[in-house]
Design a protein around this ligand. Structure first.
Ligand SMILES: [Zn+2]
Length: 287
């Protein structure tokens, strides 16, 4: 049964829905527990989970942007073509999911250039957008924007300007802006309150907070800031049955597994309550 098409009373703004396509064992926080050498032998769940997401988006007539790993597109070309054939934007999450902040400029450039080539070969479309793993571009490695621009991308969505032990730029601009290198950076959505930025655009926070709080935060961004929301999630976040990594420390375990079983229902509500589209189309509309 198809869900009704929402009318979005009072909110006419088109927001950007983005998905970071990686498997559960590639998450940066799990790097200390799952060596890269095991990626090819772990049970893969990404195909199944992205298929579920494609069906869900179809139910609401929503097109989204899929920031996809080059590593994934080489192994699951059919999946990448399904994303493109269903009308979504294919974008890049780099090749090997290494944080920009942990690489030399040369290694980082090689990784994002390879990802663009691989994704364009498999998807048959131009790749315009890039998102750094774990929002790992900050004040200390602003050179990364120059690499993204030189590699041929036209925009980046690599900053989540909040205080976080893994992310890069807590006091960075909250909305789309040009970098010194002539690149357009489109940060994930935050809400400004009590003199600091609070997470609103996805990640573990969306699973942690009651949905009504998330909705209130995002509505404020549309109505008060008069800016579109940039929201993101991962395929593994809708997969409550994913294999458990047993040795995780308490904080990582809490962040990774919290409320996975509630995620699809919340996402469906989010798809119903707001107007969503692809990042590239939203950028075109707002320029
Ligand atoms: Zn990622």
């Amino acid at each position: 049964m198809r869900a009704p098409v929402p009318t979005h009373p009072g909110i006419a703004m088109r927001n950007a829905l983005t998905i970071d396509v990686e498997d559960y064992f590639q998450v940066s926080a799990l790097t200390p527990y799952i060596p890269r050498s095991e990626w090819d032998v772990r049970e893969s769940r990404v195909e199944m989970n992205v298929e579920r997401i494609l069906l869900m988006l179809d139910d609401y007539g929503v097109h989204a942007t899929f920031f996809t790993l080059g590593w994934i597109s080489e192994r699951y070309p059919q999946l990448v073509r399904r994303i493109v054939d269903n009308g979504h934007e294919l974008a890049s999450h780099g090749y090997a999911h290494k944080r920009a902040s942990e690489q030399s400029p040369e290694a980082f450039f090689a990784d994002i250039q390879l990802a663009k080539i691989v994704l364009e070969d498999v998807g048959g479309v131009e790749i315009r957008g890039y998102r750094a793993p774990s929002f790992s571009i900050g004040h200390a490695n602003r050179w990364a924007f120059d690499c993204v621009e030189r590699a041929g991308y036209s925009y980046s969505s690599s900053i989540y300007p909040i205080r976080h032990d893994h992310y890069g730029m807590p006091d960075g601009p909250r909305f789309a802006h040009g970098t010194r290198d002539g690149l357009l950076e489109v940060p994930v959505t935050t809400m400004r309150m009590f003199g600091r930025n609070w997470p609103a655009g996805g990640g573990g926070y969306f699973r942690l907070m009651p949905y009504a709080v998330s909705r209130w935060l995002l509505q404020r961004v549309n109505r008060v800031d008069k800016q579109p929301v940039i929201f993101y999630f991962h395929p593994w976040e809708i997969d409550a049955a994913q294999p458990r990594v047993l040795s995780l420390d308490a904080k990582t375990r809490f962040r990774h597994y919290l409320n996975l079983h509630r995620m699809e229902r919340r996402l469906r509500q989010l798809l119903f309550d707001f107007e969503w589209g692809r990042m590239d189309e939203m950028l075109l509309e707002s320029t």
